[in-house]
Design a protein around this ligand. Structure first.
Ligand code: ADP
Length: 564
């Protein structure tokens, strides 16, 4: 979101910052701004007074109104008082031939106008006002109408007091209103757009092609303004500017369309004042020329700014569309990934207990086929089948809980009991693969968690350790499983083996889905384990020197945070 330009930025050099405190700096900024606005206002106003209607004494073009309201909108409410001071000071200087009270009064009217316009914009649109929406262009026009209508009352009263009954209140108000609203529509968008471009400069290519278009527009304006009266009566030359204006609106950001309108308006005002070209043609009535000039400026400025806003809206909605398409695609990919991960993890977790069930049932059948049948062995095998069946069920529950949000299935868990259970269920395999198991279980508080899932993590870590050590022939196959409290609010399970270890560069990679070095591995175990650890607000990390074994550390918080 664009913030107001910090107008004191040009005083904020590092050297000054180190020597002056913030308050002094602010004062310097305020005075600097008042002086800058005052000088700009004086220069523009002084020249605009070049064309004053005899009947009222009001200038027919008042671009200064656009400078003040536009810069106040761009600079934000903090610039209010310095800007008002600058405008009042400049008004006194411009009207130096008049009594002081008249200069002060006109200054107050001009300052009030800018304050009303910028206040309305701030109230209805907030700080982010960039003229890239139609509502903002219409809002500026509306606020301009209200502000100039109000200031026109003060202006008309001042001129009446100054010039006596010869200055008709309504006529003066009308001239004030027309000259100021034309000034605002022609100049304020440029000030606003310029401030926006300072905070977000346009790319070089856009700058270059826009400047070329502005130059073409300037040439076209010169051609149009030099056409004779006959051409103006028949072929509506001012409309010839439209193609370039539309091109700028479509291809560049609104500031360039505003600049185009400013150039055309400036040329119209200048030729009217100095008396050259169509608008300076002394053979035509001055009132008609001024009216036509004002109408032309309004036409050019409003069409340029409205078109620029409409195109900017179109560009923004195009951008939104592209963005939402990208999000949809990502969402779809995630869903596919999830589906693939869910299916694969179910297969992964259930494969092992199913294989154990098949082995145990074949063993049970063999014991039964004996004469006499060995009932004790059959009972033991059936017991193992039942345990494996439960484990498969737990694994499926765990996976379902893993892909579900919320805390279903959470309970108070004794981690030592889980570790003991896993080691017991793998006792046969440990023995068969000649692994010496050294459990070191410390006293632990119960933790909040999902039983099936935590069991899966420990089971996977121990299973991986056993599988890794099957390659070891030159040293003992030692499995250390430790549980320890970790600080006051977590517990840790460490599984350490004396296998070949993991290259330090691969330590992160092995947690990725489908990463495996085993012929029949699925590469999902560690990915799921890390997901479970993170689901519980804990972590799973690995360390190894790549030679003498690996250590996996699973840390679980005792209490689950509310976010889960
Ligand atoms: P899988 O066991 O199906 O390969 P995992 O995600 O559990 O999937 O493991 C990924 C890879 O991490 C394994 O293929 C192996 O290369 C490596 N790995 C895991 N645990 C160990 C360990 N204790 N020692 C050495 N390598 C390991």
């Amino acid at each position: 979101m664009r913030k107001h330009l910090p107008y004191a930025w040009f005083f904020h050099g590092q050297r000054l910052r180190s020597t002056l405190d913030e308050r002094t700096l602010r004062w310097v900024g305020d005075i600097g701004l008042a002086a800058a606005v005052g000088a700009a206002y004086f220069l523009v106003a002084h020249n605009s007074v070049g064309l004053v209607l005899e009947s009222t004494g009001v200038a027919v073009f008042w671009p200064a109104a656009g400078i003040t309201s536009g810069s106040l909108i761009a600079l934000g409410p903090r610039a209010r008082w310095p800007l008002a001071a600058g405008v009042i000071g400049a008004s006194i200087a411009v009207h130096h031939a008049e009594p002081l009270w008249a200069g002060v009064s006109l200054g107050l009217c001009n300052a009030a106008e800018a304050l009303v316009i910028a206040g309305l914009i701030q109230h209805y649109f907030g700080a982010d006002f960039t003229l890239d929406r139609l509502s903002q262009v219409l809002g500026l026009l509306g606020a301009g109408i209200v502000g100039t209508a109000v200031s026109g009352i003060g202006g008309a009263v001042t001129y009446r007091l100054l010039q006596g009954p010869s200055a008709d209140l309504l006529v003066t108000w009308h001239h004030w209103f027309a000259s100021d609203i034309v000034g605002i529509v022609a100049v304020a968008p440029l000030a606003i757009g310029f401030a926006a471009a300072l905070t977000q400069p346009p790319p070089r290519a856009e700058l270059e092609r826009s400047i070329a278009a502005l130059a073409a527009l300037a040439v076209m304006t010169a051609v149009i303004l030099s056409l004779g009266q006959e051409a103006w009566d028949t072929i509506l030359p001012i409309a010839w500017l439209l193609p370039i204006l539309l091109w700028l609106a479509a291809r560049s950001r609104p500031v360039f369309a505003a600049a185009a309108a400013f150039i055309a308006s400036g040329a119209i005002v200048w030729t009217t004042i100095v008396g050259i070209g169509h608008f300076g043609d002394a053979s035509l009535s001055i009132t008609n020329r001024i009216l036509e000039a004002q109408a032309s400026i309004l036409f050019v400025s409003l069409s340029a700014n409205v078109a620029a806003a409409l195109f900017a809206e179109r560009r923004a909605s195009e951008e939104r569309l592209v963005n939402s398409n990208m999000l949809l695609e990502r969402e779809r990919d995630n869903k596919l990934m999830n589906l693939e991960a869910i299916t694969a993890s179910i297969a992964h977790e259930v494969k092992q207990p199913l294989a154990a069930i098949v082995t145990n049932s074949s063993a049970a059948l063999r014991w039964l086929a004996r004469t006499p049948p060995d009932h004790a062995e059959v009972r033991a095998a059936l017991g193992r089948i039942s345990d494996d069946g439960h484990r498969a069920g737990d694994a499926i529950d765990g996976i379902r809980a893993l892909f579900r949000k919320g805390r279903q299935g959470q309970q108070q868990i004794d981690v030592n009991e889980i570790v003991g259970g896993v080691l017991q269920s793998l006792a046969g395999e440990l023995k068969e693969r000649e692994v010496e198991c050294r459990p070191e279980l410390a006293e632990l508080p119960p933790v909040d968690g999902h039983r099936g899932q935590i069991q899966e993590v420990v089971f996977n870590l121990v299973q991986n350790a056993i599988e890794a050590m099957s390659a070891v022939t030159d040293r003992g196959r030692i499995l250390r499983v430790r549980t320890q409290p970790r600080g006051r609010d977590a517990v840790a399970v460490t599984v350490e083996d004396s296998g070949p270890g993991i290259e330090p560069g691969r330590l992160d990679e092995i947690f990725g889905a489908f990463v495996t070095t085993k012929a029949h591995g699925m590469g999902l175990g560690l990915a799921i384990c890390r997901m479970i650890a993170e689901h519980h607000g804990g972590e799973l990390t690995a360390s190894s020197d790549g030679k003498s074994g690996a250590v996996f550390r699973f840390v679980l918080p005792i209490k689950q945070s509310d976010g889960l």
